[in-house]
Write a protein that binds this ligand. Sequence first.
Ligand SMILES: *[C@@H]1O[C@H](CO)[C@@H](O)[C@H](O)[C@H]1NC(C)=O
Length: 200
Amino acid sequence: MSEHTLTHVDAPAHMSVGKEYINEIPLEKLIGPVVVLDVKRKAEMVQEYGISITDLFDWERRFGRIPDGAAVIMNSGWDRRHPHPYAVFNTRNISNLETYRVPSWTFEAADWLLTNRRVIAIGVDSPSVDFYTGETLPVHRRIFRDSVIALEGVANLDSLPLHGATIYIPALKLYKGSGTPTRIFATFPKCRSFLHKLKK
Ligand SMILES: *[C@@H]1O[C@H](CO)[C@@H](O)[C@H](O)[C@H]1NC(C)=O
């Protein structure tokens, strides 16, 4: 499989020359508090919904300042579309990237977050932290500039609280890799009762 298949991490070297390869990301940048931005309702109503600065402020109004070292991840409900590629990329022509229509991050929100808070990762449950329309991938480039990683195709975010969980991103140390598939998981208070419920 490709390094960028399904649930995966993008390393800064994916697009930024001289930046970290996946095997060079220190462990402390792969563990941290997880901030879940629940925009499921908005993403149902708007094609290509983009995480906005308002979404970040709304989260902070409820739970306080985004903690240092956080991974901030959009939950748009997109993971329900797996495993159907046409649904995941929301297109009729899987050969043409320009037709993909997925929710993601606005550049403004990613830039505000990187400038004003200290985060280790930004993420999405959709396939990309940038929209496919437009060639420049501004969010990827902005976060890689600060040696922040991207988490794409993150699944099962509904099983996490919106704050208070700790995320673990066990990235494979692929030598000079630009990314890696990974089985991301999180722990949180009441985790055990959650797992019990999932088993049922
Ligand atoms: C799908 O996209 C490819 C690549 O752009 C193009 O060559 C092809 O004609 C498209 N197919 C249809 C049915 O539009």
